[in-house]
Design a binder for this molecule. Structure first.
Ligand SMILES: [Zn+2]
Length: 269
């Protein structure tokens, strides 16, 4: 998965006032585009103007990552989505995590309560209104990825009705307010496929900055011979797949792909 960058170590401890060193990496974005020196390289601090205002994001090993406005430099733009399979996975993970923080900062330039320009808080990773003290933390939306299996040892696979992702997926959806995350699992499976599920078991989580999400992977069972009633506004495919079937997924960056592989390897009964 994209966050599996071991032996590299990601460190997101909040450290205000950290200054960049020459070899540190400076990310810059415009909407959903990443600004790069060329298609293989991001900018280092020694390559940018010393007048640039750099906001510290996080570090990986000894490299610190900052956000700055590099639009005046000679750059190319690439879609943030290409970071999903960037040649250096550690840098791809860093870039998409930085983009998540960039989006949060862009969306909170002004206070939602009093419209005053927001400042960066000095004690924690948050935006603070200097006028009314409103605090806004990074937006992170919980969501579930659900591997549903049946009594025949099959797995429920889906294809989304909309969007750019046309490979096989699992039932997925956002947490709704007032429910437990296990209730999210039951509700999403019921809404998308009409199935009632039991035996809900937590599997793994994944930070998924492409949609400002934290994904929770679960396994569960749909017992008996329940018919699939697909929600056509959400899905264009919802069907049972056998373990030995070829199930194409986009790449191995996502929790969805890992869960499908885990099932195919016979690790879920
Ligand atoms: Zn305010």
């Amino acid at each position: 998965m994209i966050q599996d960058i071991y032996p590299h170590i990601y460190n997101n401890t909040f450290e205000p006032g950290v200054k960049p060193s020459n070899d540190d990496i400076i990310f810059s974005f415009e909407e959903d585009q990443v600004l790069m020196k060329d298609e293989h390289q991001f900018y280092h601090y020694h390559e940018i103007s010393k007048e640039s205002i750099c906001y510290y994001l996080f570090s990986i090993d000894d490299t610190k990552f900052f956000l700055a406005d590099l639009t005046s430099l000679n750059h190319i733009k690439v879609s943030f989505r290409t970071m999903r399979t960037f040649e250096d996975q550690m840098l791809g993970f860093a870039a998409i995590t930085a983009w998540h923080l960039y989006r949060w900062i862009q969306d909170n330039k002004y206070c939602g309560k009093c419209s005053h320009p927001m400042d960066f808080d000095q004690k924690e990773r948050a935006m603070r209104c200097p006028h009314c003290s409103n605090i806004v933390y990074p937006k992170i939306s919980p969501a579930v990825i659900v591997g549903v299996t049946n009594d025949k040892g099959q797995i429920l696979v889906t294809k989304y009705a909309r969007g750019h992702y046309q490979s096989y997926a699992l039932v997925a959806g956002y947490y709704e307010i007032g429910e437990t995350i296990e209730e999210t699992v039951k509700r999403e499976v019921k809404e998308e496929t009409g199935l009632d599920v039991t035996d809900i078991q937590y599997y793994k989580s994944q930070p998924w900055s492409f949609s400002s999400s934290l994904l929770f992977g679960f396994w569960c069972k749909a017992h008996g011979d329940q018919p699939i009633q697909m929600d056509e506004s959400e899905l264009r495919v919802a069907r049972w797949a056998n373990r030995d079937e070829e199930i194409n997924t986009l790449d191995d960056a996502s929790l969805t792909s890992e869960m499908i592989q885990y099932f195919k390897q016979g690790k879920v009964v």
